[in-house]
Design a protein around this ligand. Sequence first.
Ligand code: ASP
Ligand code: MG
Length: 288
Amino acid sequence: MQVLKFGGSSVADAANISNVVKIVRESVKKDRTILVASAIGGCTDKLIEIGKLAAMQDESYNKLIDKLEERHQKIIWELLPIDYQHALSSKTKNTFNQLREICKGVFYLKELSNSSLDLIMSFGEVLSTRIISERFSSMGINNFWADAREIIKTEPGSSGNVVIKQISYSNIKKTLSSNRQRLIIVPGFIASDILKRTTTLGRGGSDYTAALLAEATDARELQIWSDVNGMMTADPRIVPEAITIRHISYKEAQELSHFGAKVIYPPTIQPAVSKGIPIVVKNTFDPE
Ligand code: ASP
Ligand code: MG
């Protein structure tokens, strides 16, 4: 098993998603693969803004939902052949209508609880991974879309939601043994609690989803696909002289990520350490 996680910029539009699909199509030839993806670039920030505006009874949140829906529908039109477009497009429309209903509730209540915000944020990964899954299907590549909300279970902790590993890992194993597809697609970031309420794993949490899946399945490798050339000596957007660190220990990687290296979400390292799974950080836009 190998787990490949693609971040928001890797799946930001139709061209990028088709690039991701190309990478994964080749990789799947090697090994059974779990593909974890984030929401399309900028989507989670928008969803948070939508929730906050709704709670302040600022009706402009409706326009933002419309725009976000247009962005997803455009990707569907650009990415999928006509005979695949219709079903996903109407499913996406329904999903956005659900989001509108939830936001209407927040609007009337004038309050955005953590739990409502988690629910609102969860739409991004559901939408993006459904599109990716359908793209594979349209190319004749059999895959299984596994709903992370039914697999990864969390409980409240002192600083955010904590994953209940025992239940989650047993769910992961069950899902993978009852669905024998070679490619499994999982929305990152989202989970649910014991009462089946949607939860999230914190901003940047898709990396962690991927690491949990890797640990539960004893994966050979965990690949984090981003938009920079691996773990670097500094943020290349701020320090152009930054260079790639070819190899780094788990411990140092953990320290760097704790001190702000955005390339890996800090909790991601621990599940990999526990099974000695190598983490490979790759650039979707410069795969070699
Ligand atoms: N979409 C979520 C975020 O923006 C999770 C992730 O991308 O890892 O924080
Ligand atoms: Mg990230």
